[in-house]
Design a protein around this ligand. Sequence first.
Ligand SMILES: Cc1cc2nc3c(=O)[nH]c(=O)nc-3n(C[C@H](O)[C@H](O)[C@H](O)COP(=O)(O)O)c2cc1C
Length: 389
Amino acid sequence: MGKHWADFQYEIYLNGMTGAVPRLPTDLTRLEQLTEQRLGPGPVGYVAGSAGDGSTARANRAALQRRRIVPRMLRDVHERDLSVEVLGRSLPAPMALAPVGVLSIMHPDAEIAAARAAAAQGVPFTLSSASSTPMEQVAEAMGDAERWFQLYWAKDPEVARSFLGRAKASGFSVLVVTLDTPMLAWRPRDLDQAYLPFLHGVGTANYFTDPAFRAGLAKPVHEDPNAAVMHFVGMFSDPAKTWPDLAFLREHWDGPIVLKGILHPDDARAAADAGMDGVVVSNHGGRQVAGSIGAADALPRVVEAVGDRLTVLFDSGIRTGDDIFKALALGAKAALVGRPYAYGLGLDGQAGVEHVIRCLLAELDLTLALSGHAGPTTVGPTDLIEESA
Ligand SMILES: Cc1cc2nc3c(=O)[nH]c(=O)nc-3n(C[C@H](O)[C@H](O)[C@H](O)COP(=O)(O)O)c2cc1C
């Protein structure tokens, strides 16, 4: 028998006997508005904002909401187990924290708090290349807990190679390579405030501590921080990359490699042909291409194309436990969660992130049970119907 995540609800009700109520809402769709009220406009705009007029972020929500669960009855859901095998790793539930950069704009404890929360709940933490804390410090805070590293594939191969070596040495098991951000998108909420944390040296910690990056600077970072920032801007990503370049990653990373930002089935096939282990069907939470397909609409076609060859993961738009159920039903092996945990961090530090993880998994556990499933592996397309758009 696995852990019954649903028991979190009894914990809340029992604590209520002493008059205590949860510090944050248990309906996680309310976190965005609370964050808007409590945090500064720059950081909130950066986290909540999307590309263009926000149409892709709305499409992500619509694609999930349009799909409705059809619960089944009398199926013995007394004992449940949410654990799954993903990319050769045993996870307690089909969920991981997505890579979210510059978390220090949300809370001074930043990635350390989020990573500790993930470790405390046994959920993988994916560290962004653009974190505000160097990867070695995050690793140290996590002990033996499961951690994945997200690569922004630097233009300078020596820097990319150095990042991979450091991540490996720091115990990151899965490499998540983000392909959808060869350049920053048109993001009006940031543009209107002229807010870009990287220009202030926030979110550059992995670069500024990197020997290969520093070798490209005329002066040490502290002597000329502006030059260091400009060096970062010129190299953090490389729009000239093409599919054959993936061989470089295979050569320098011996663990699982997952390509993040895949939406087209042909790209998923190309990932399989290139010897990758998985893909994350994702549109970066609607932050890159406005007017793009909702991620959950892209998911079934990718699963159909490569589900038997690759591990298909999903993100973009997950806000609740039933959203995770729907992603599983559409063929994802696990879901990544982005903004909800960033809001939890901003509102209540490590405890806020743990709250978000526990709410999501309690709600997923209950949704599974109340829909007739004792675990994630029996969920499939017949558990959903799609309402007409
Ligand atoms: C503030 C913010 C920063 C992000 N930074 C990164 C990043 O550094 N690397 C990356 O691959 N994805 C990044 N993402 C995208 C997330 O990994 C994920 O794809 C997205 O948040 C999922 O959508 P959701 O926010 O609707 O859950 C970021 C997202 C947000 C909201």
